[in-house]
Design a protein around this ligand. Structure first.
Ligand SMILES: [Fe+2]
Ligand SMILES: [Fe+2]
Length: 186
C-alpha cells in the first residue's frame, strides 16, 4: 500500500478544502473523508484493488475544491489533476490510468454495469456518503433553506432516496440496513 501517497493526499485535500476560495467550505473535506471510508469498506467487500480505490476516493472531487470554475466538469479536470500529482510520486502508469477512470466515472452518469469494480466502489461510496452526513443535510434544509419541519424532512428523505437509487445492486443490498435505519429515523 502506497501510504506515502495516501498520507500526502489526506493532508493536501484538507489544505485545499480549508482555504477561503473553496466555495464548498470545509464540509466537503468531511464528504471526501466519508467517501474514502465507504470506498475502502466496499473494496474489501467486493474484492477490488484497495489502493486504487482509496487514492481515487481522496482525489475524486479535487477539481471542485481547487477551483470553483472547474466544478461542472470536475470529473475530467479531477482526472488530470490526479495524473499530475501521482506522476510526482512515480506511481505506475497503469495504476494512474485506473485511478483516472474511477474519477472520470464517479458521477453515476455512465451505465453502471459497464464500470470496473474499482470504479463502482468509488461511485457507490460517493452516493452512500450522504448517509454519513445527515446532520449536514438537516442543517442545509432548516438553516440555509429555512424550510418547515415537514419540508426539511421531505428534502432530506428525497435526497437520500436518490443517492441510494444510484447504487449498484450489490451495494444496495450491502447498505440496505443503513438505508432502512435512516428512513426509520426520519
Ligand atoms: Fe463529484
Ligand atoms: Fe463526491
Amino acid at each position: 500500500m502506497r501510504t506515502d501517497i495516501i498520507n500526502y493526499l489526506e493532508k493536501e485535500i484538507y489544505k485545499r478544502a480549508s482555504v477561503t476560495s473553496n466555495k464548498f467550505g470545509i464540509g466537503c473535506y468531511y464528504h471526501i473523508e466519508a467517501v474514502v471510508k465507504n470506498a475502502q469498506i466496499l473494496a474489501q467487500e467486493f474484492g477490488a484493488d484497495e489502493e486504487i480505490v482509496i487514492i481515487a476516493a481522496w482525489l475524486h472531487d479535487i477539481a471542485s475544491i481547487t477551483d470553483y470554475s472547474l466544478y461542472e466538469m470536475h470529473h475530467i479536470h479531477g482526472a488530470n489533476i490526479a495524473e499530475n500529482i501521482l506522476k510526482q510520486f512515480n506511481y505506475e502508469e497503469e495504476k494512474i490510468n485506473k485511478v483516472k477512470e474511477c474519477i472520470l466515472n464517479h458521477r453515476g452518469s455512465v451505465n453502471n454495469a459497464k464500470l470496473t469494480i474499482e470504479e463502482k466502489c468509488v461511485a457507490d461510496a460517493d452516493a452512500i456518503s450522504h448517509f454519513d452526513s445527515i446532520p449536514s443535510l438537516l442543517y442545509l434544509a432548516y438553516v440555509n433553506k429555512h424550510m418547515s419541519i415537514e419540508e426539511g424532512r421531505n428534502f432530506v428523505v428525497e435526497k437520500l432516496k436518490r443517492s441510494y437509487n444510484k447504487l449498484s445492486e450489490p451495494s444496495k443490498e450491502f447498505y440496505n440496513d443503513k438505508y432502512n435505519n435512516a428512513m426509520e429515523l426520519l
